[in-house]
Design a protein around this ligand. Structure first.
Ligand SMILES: CC(C)(COP(=O)(O)OP(=O)(O)OC[C@H]1O[C@@H](n2cnc3c(N)ncnc32)[C@H](O)[C@@H]1OP(=O)(O)O)[C@@H](O)C(=O)NCCC(=O)NCCS
Length: 189
């Protein structure tokens, strides 16, 4: 069996990360990314490498000093179903714990996978609003089908503060305006 190493990502891994993530994005399973987006959060990325090739990846992006988001988790098709996804999640959870986070969340279409990894589905408005600022860049903005999952990293966990429905409406309106302005800027700018 080929040895697989999980380690921090470097600049040389960006193309490998993009190859995996964008292949799944083409199937509507993940959000598409470009090199600049990966480069900006490269220190947050772990990669799984086999025979010099990136065969898996995932990142932790801090939303607040207490909460981090597990993002861009993917395993190359020829390495799926061999336990690598689990190993990557475990490594990212261990990294989040070592970095002092209290909770780790994920937005996903694969609820049952994250459920197996110890995450629980929660109300999307229970997580830090910083996460939603990314929404204006998302092609699925108008029809979001992702499920919010959360894992507590410390006991007793600090329960995330629930946002009142009227506040979440207000926030969503703000994001809509931000998105419209961004699209207008892209056309004219
Ligand atoms: C989801 C993904 C990362 C899982 O990686 P993997 O290496 O195939 O998963 P593993 O072999 O480690 O499986 C671990 C467990 O999850 C289960 N599992 C794997 N893929 C699953 C899926 N898509 N849905 C539900 N359960 C899944 C396995 O059966 C296994 O269960 P067990 O430990 O109880 O036997 C991988 O399928 C992938 O890259 N998918 C496309 C991209 C994606 O959807 N990423 C997540 C978006 S945030």
């Amino acid at each position: 069996m080929t040895e697989i190493t999980i380690r921090a990502a470097t600049e040389a891994d960006i193309d490998g990360i993009l190859a995996i993530v964008n292949a799944y994005a083409a199937q509507n399973l993940m959000l598409p990314r470009n090199a600049e987006q990966i480069r900006r959060v490269l220190p947050d990325f772990l990669v799984a490498v086999a025979e010099g090739r990136v065969v898996g990846c995932g990142s932790n992006v801090a939303l607040t000093p207490e909460v981090t988001e597990l993002r861009s988790l993917a395993v190359a098709t020829d390495y799926r179903s061999s336990g690598l996804g689990r190993r990557l999640v475990e490594a990212l959870v261990a990294k989040a714990r070592a970095d002092g986070f209290e909770q780790i969340c994920a937005l996903t279409l694969t609820e049952s996978f994250f459920g197996r990894m110890g995450f629980t589905a929660i109300d999307r408005w229970a997580i830090p609003t910083k996460l939603w600022h990314e929404c204006i860049y998302c092609p699925k903005f108008d029809a979001c089908d992702e499920i919010t999952m959360m894992m507590n990293l410390i006991e007793p966990a600090t329960a995330p503060k629930q946002i009142a429905p009227e506040v979440s409406q207000e926030l969503w309106q703000g994001l809509k305006i931000g998105r419209q302005q961004r699209l207008r800027f892209q056309v004219t700018g």
